[in-house]
Write a protein that binds this ligand. Structure first.
Ligand code: ZN
Length: 879
């Protein structure tokens, strides 16, 4: 049944204190919970009697219940599959429950489970109810004291939130540690880890001079992969002090790496638990992209200590309060640590492909959803990435200083409590004096807004009139949309390439301004342009709002902006628009049945210009030399033609490579690695530029390119270059080179699961038509496992998400394979099942034949006994 935001009610009971004792054993762990309870006076029921106490609990075997020391008979409480209910309790009482759980059988990876022989937990959003009976909701906050008892040999390390206050020995080779967390928290921030782990130690002195012990806990063989995460953690702690004035608040901060994990990581108070893929890194095994992901995720989880933990969410509808804000914080941090324009380009590229697709699909929802069936399904790109864009708009509308005042006010006012999105926005509003009432629609309206922009130049009058029209398409359950507040940062670029002075209503405002579009249609008339030639508008600079903006640019204007726009993001975007136009020509030719077509000369000229100009920012150049992805091209089409997209992109790339072959060879050599590897952004930029050049050469299987790839594969000592070369060889027609290379790679790295993930992904993204057999074959490989989410993503996720031509085969075999996996995962891990199914739910974007095939697989899945997770997604998809 669906849960609605409008039905929110304050909790009937408060938990003043929580004392947990875990007697750990893989198949039968006993959990004793003692709760100090108080009927909530703010939630009075209107009589003297206390309201019933309704505790959540799932997959628990209840052994006993005591109230104030007295054991209850089984007719003194109500027990069902999901709740334990007690009535007639005194307004202040102590409740003790004892349950037994089976962590070894927990393949859902929610609650307490076993991963590679260690115990660990994942409680957000509703995993704590698989550990013990508890009011599992974020607005119930309590102090936790946790005692962990376990076999000393198998589990020498016992961790939980807060500070260790006691440890000792027990009979039978067992030992215990007691942890106490002084900060009241909701149970979703609880964590426990027990295992045979080693730590990387360091420390950090906070701005007020307190010493914090930093510990990264890993399996012994991974100790050489923790330095980057430690550096990232220290940089994050410093940055949050400097930029937001936020200081860490415990004496110890721990990170633990876990192999089986549904998501990236989790911000449990003082004890962050990470998917090993988001914390472990070293040059031999980890690509530059993964190094950057580690830095970003470590920062994200650390930043949650304030935006999430000190100030948490009142209910799960407010999820973006912590996630959108924290993503905004980690994006800004990464921009400060690396190339800011490249970070922005990457984030926007992801938003415009994956989040826009979600916003246009059957599970579209607002940044603050109005209802849900299964909250795990709402850890989405909309909550995270669009949520971050909304916070970014707030920050840009207010300016740095007022935004910081607003953030200080928000933290001060809501510290130690469970807040709402209104609390955040009202702090911003009070700190700035700005009215956010219309702006709030960003939180309640789903769908990506469109802006249709048009301009007319009157040379004689010296005016340029810019008309902006906004509209948001209907989304499930929301037919009508109201106008949003859309900040459009813009300039007018004059014929000589420089920005013109912008005069509106007789006032000269500088060369770059933010237009605030608040109505369905508005026209802005810029004056004082007499004597100028027609300017070219540069709109939505820095991607100032998460919208689709259309303007009827000529290709000459796009080539001009690509060279001259003073905004780095818009230079890149103009290049993407020009490339899109050229790709559309090619797709049209393909659809007319032509086997050959000529790439637009203007794109070629633009590339020639890029390759021959002195690169100021290599990382940006590498982005500019990358054609729009197949996923992005698909987003621009009304009916997705996967084959036309694939052919057009391949053809464009090959023609660019042939025409500019010598430039690419030169670019390769100019950026070949010098000196020792370091994950600095200067070096990363060189590697990405070099490998971009190589991928052009390999697209035409150029002899020199082939030779360079093989040499790079043999000589490189970093995974970025190894993986790039291996991928290019494996994706080429030369299986005589690719297959042996894959074989020796597997021999070398079979002991390292994160490297084997890459080995799977490289193979299943091969464009060749026989790849499906390979996918089925690899699912039987000893290194593959359906119970490990990283493996499922590396193999099934990469195939269905990135190998578009083969996933969408016309015989439906790609769809069938995905559906088979979804059906298995429905039993093993519902959260992952409901994520991996995504490509099938987007069937409306395709031709009738493919739609029918995809729907048939969805119907087949619907015929199973479904988890809540899949039920919600499949019903919405088929609605
Ligand atoms: Zn988060």
């Amino acid at each position: 049944a669906a849960i609605h935001l409008a039905d929110y009610q304050a909790p009937a009971w408060r938990v003043l204190d929580t004392r947990l004792t875990f007697d750990l054993a893989p198949s039968a762990t006993r959990v004793t919970t003692v709760l100090t309870l108080e009927a909530n006076p703010d939630a009075a029921v209107g009589s003297d009697a206390t309201p019933p106490l309704v505790l959540n609990g799932e997959h628990l075997t209840l052994e006993s219940v005591r109230v104030d020391g007295r054991a209850l008979a089984s007719d003194e409480y109500k027990l069902d599959e999901t709740h334990l209910t007690l009535a007639g309790l005194p307004a202040n009482c102590e409740l003790e429950t004892v349950v037994v759980i089976d962590p070894a059988a927990n393949t859902a990876l929610e609650g307490l489970y076993v991963s590679s022989g260690m115990f660990c937990t994942q409680c957000e959003a509703e995993g704590f109810r698989r550990i013990t009976y508890y009011p599992d909701r974020p607005d119930v906050m309590s102090v936790f004291t946790t005692t962990i008892i376990a076999d000393k040999d198998s589990y020498p390390i016992l961790l939980s939130n807060g500070n260790p206050i006691e440890r000792g020995e027990r009979e039978g080779g067992r030992h215990f540690v007691t942890w106490q967390d002084p900060h009241p928290k909701p149970c979703y921030l609880f964590a426990l880890v027990a295992g045979d782990l080693v730590k990387h130690d360091d420390s950090f002195t906070t701005m007020s001079g307190r010493d914090v012990a930093l510990e990264i806990w890993v399996e012994p063989e991974n100790l050489d992969k923790t330095q980057h995460a430690m550096n990232s953690l220290k940089a994050s702690m410093k940055w949050d002090e400097e930029v937001y004035g936020r200081e860490y608040d415990l004496d110890i901060f721990m990170i633990v790496a876990v192999n089986d994990f549904n998501m990236g990581a989790m911000e449990n108070k003082g004890l962050n638990i990470f998917n090993s893929a988001c914390v472990l890194a070293n040059p031999d095994t980890t690509t530059d992209a993964a190094f950057q992901r580690v830095e970003g995720v470590v920062a994200h989880e650390y930043f949650h200590n304030w935006s999430g933990n000190r100030v948490t969410c009142r209910d799960w509808f407010q999820l973006s309060l912590k996630e959108g804000f924290t993503v905004y914080r980690d994006q800004t941090f990464s921009a400060d640590m690396n190339s800011a324009p490249v970070k922005r380009i990457e984030d926007v590229a992801m938003l415009r492909t994956a989040q826009f697709a979600e916003d246009a699909g059957p599970t579209a929802h607002p940044v603050r959803p109005a209802s849900y069936i299964e909250i795990s399904n709402f850890y989405t790109l909309t909550i995270y990435e669009k949520g971050s864009e909304v916070v970014r708009m707030v920050a840009n509308l207010l300016g740095e200083e007022a935004f910081r005042r607003g953030s200080d006010l928000y933290f001060a006012r809501n510290d130690g409590s469970a807040a709402t999105i209104e609390d955040f926005i009202s702090a911003m509003s009070e700190a700035s004096g700005r009215d956010f009432s219309q702006f709030m629609r960003w939180y309640s309206q789903a769908g990506t807004p469109n802006i249709a922009a048009s301009g007319t130049f009157d040379a004689q009058a010296g005016t340029y009139s810019l008309t902006l029209r906004q509209s948001t398409p209907p989304s499930p359950g929301q037919a009508e949309k109201l106008p949003l507040v859309i900040p459009v940062r813009m300039g007018l670029v004059g014929a000589d390439g420089s920005d013109l002075t912008l005069t509106l209503d007789g006032e000269a405002l500088g060369t770059e301004i933010v237009l605030e579009l608040t109505e369905a249609e508005q026209t802005f008339v810029f004056t004082g342009l007499a004597g100028d030639a027609e300017p070219v508008p540069s709109l939505l600079r820095g991607f100032s709002a998460p919208v689709k903006l259309a303007f009827d640019y000529s290709r000459e204007q796009l080539a001009f902006l690509m060279q001259h726009d003073s905004d780095g993001f818009n230079r890149w975007d103009a290049g993407q628009r020009l490339a899109m136009a050229a790709l559309e020509d090619l797709m049209a030719a393909w659809q007319r049945g032509e086997q050959e077509a000529q790439l637009d000369e203007r794109l070629l000229a633009a590339y020639r210009f890029l390759l021959q100009s002195e690169a100021s920012d290599r990382a940006v150049l590498a982005e500019m030399l990358t054609l729009p992805s197949e996923a992005y091209i698909a987003e621009q089409q009304s009916v997705v033609d996967v084959d036309a997209i694939h052919w057009a992109r391949k053809t464009a790339k090959a023609q660019l490579a042939s025409a500019l072959r010598d430039d690419f060879v030169a670019l390769y050599h100019a950026n070949a690695q010098q000196g020792d590897y370091a994950p600095t952004f200067e070096q990363m930029a060189r590697r990405s530029l070099k490998n971009a050049a190589l991928s052009y050469l390999m697209s035409i299987e150029d002899e020199e390119g082939m030779r360079l790839s093989q040499a790079q594969l043999a000589a490189a000592h970093n995974m970025t270059d190894v993986r790039a070369a291996l991928t290019m060889l494996v994706h080429s027609s030369r299986t005589d080179l690719g297959d042996p290379a894959l074989k020796s790679f597997a021999e070398r790295w079979s002991h390292d699961p994160l490297v084997m993930d890459q080995w799977f992904s490289i193979q299943v993204t091969r464009p060749q038509a026989d790849v499906l057999d390979r996918v089925r074959f690899l699912m039987e490989h000893p290194a593959f496992s359906l119970t490990n989410p990283n493996k499922v993503r590396a193999l099934i996720g990469a195939f269905a998400g990135q190998n578009r031509v083969n996933f969408h085969r016309l015989d439906g075999e790609g769809y069938r394979l995905l559906a088979d996996v979804v059906i298995e995962l429905n039993r093993l891990n519902p959260e992952i099942a409901a994520r991996i199914i995504t490509p099938l739910t987007r069937y409306k974007r395709f031709d009738a034949k493919r739609q029918d095939l995809m729907k048939a697989e969805l119907e087949r899945i619907r015929g199973e006994k479904l988890s809540n997770n899949l039920y919600e997604v499949v019903e919405k998809a088929l609605a």
